[in-house]
Design a protein around this ligand. Structure first.
Ligand SMILES: [Zn+2]
Length: 153
C-alpha cells in the first residue's frame, strides 16, 4: 500500500468516525435504564441489541386481552389484538400503538433490517419485517423479555 492510499484509508476511517460519533453519542444518550430490576439478559437485549433465544418467552402463549408495555419504562407499546403467532419463536405483532417506537436501519450480521426501539426510553425491542400476514403487512418481531403484559381488568 503506498502512502497516498494509506492516507486516504486513514482519512476515510477518521471521517467515518467523525460523522458517526455524534450520532452514537446522541443515540446512547437517549437510552437509559429506568427499571433497576432489569436482569442482565434484559439489559443485554435492550441496551446492547441482544436477542433472546427463540421459543423461550412465556408471552408466546399469552392470549388474554390487554396491553404489552416496555419492561424498562412501562410505556404502552402493543395492544393484544395486534398479536399473532408467527411461528418464529418470538412474540409477534402486526402493528404498534401510535408513536410507541422509533426505527433505524440495522446492518449487523450482514443483513439490512429495520430495528425498532422504545420512543420513550430508547430500549431496543426487536426488528420489524414487511412480510406480515395481516392488512398492515408488518411483523414486529419482539423479544419477550423486553415486554410486560398487563391484562385488562
Ligand atoms: Zn421504554
Amino acid at each position: 500500500m503506498n502512502f497516498r492510499r494509506k492516507f486516504l484509508k486513514l482519512f476515510g476511517i477518521s471521517a467515518l468516525l467523525i460523522f458517526t460519533l455524534p450520532y452514537k453519542i446522541l443515540y446512547s444518550a437517549t437510552k437509559k435504564v429506568i427499571n433497576s430490576q432489569l436482569s442482565k439478559k434484559q439489559k443485554d437485549i435492550m441496551f446492547n441489541n441482544g436477542t433472546e433465544r427463540p421459543f423461550t418467552s412465556d408471552l408466546l402463549k399469552e392470549d388474554r386481552e390487554g396491553f404489552y408495555h416496555c419492561a424498562n419504562c412501562n410505556a404502552k407499546l402493543f395492544a393484544s389484538n395486534s398479536k399473532f403467532d408467527s411461528g418464529t419463536g418470538w412474540p409477534s405483532f402486526s402493528e404498534a400503538l401510535p408513536g410507541a417506537f422509533k426505527t433505524k436501519i440495522d446492518y449487523s450480521f450482514g443483513m439490512k433490517r429495520i430495528e425498532y426501539h422504545c420512543a420513550n426510553c430508547g430500549a431496543h425491542h426487536g426488528h420489524v419485517f414487511l412480510d406480515g400476514p395481516t392488512a398492515t403487512g408488518k411483523r414486529f418481531c419482539n423479544n419477550g423479555l423486553c415486554l410486560i403484559f398487563i391484562p385488562e381488568n
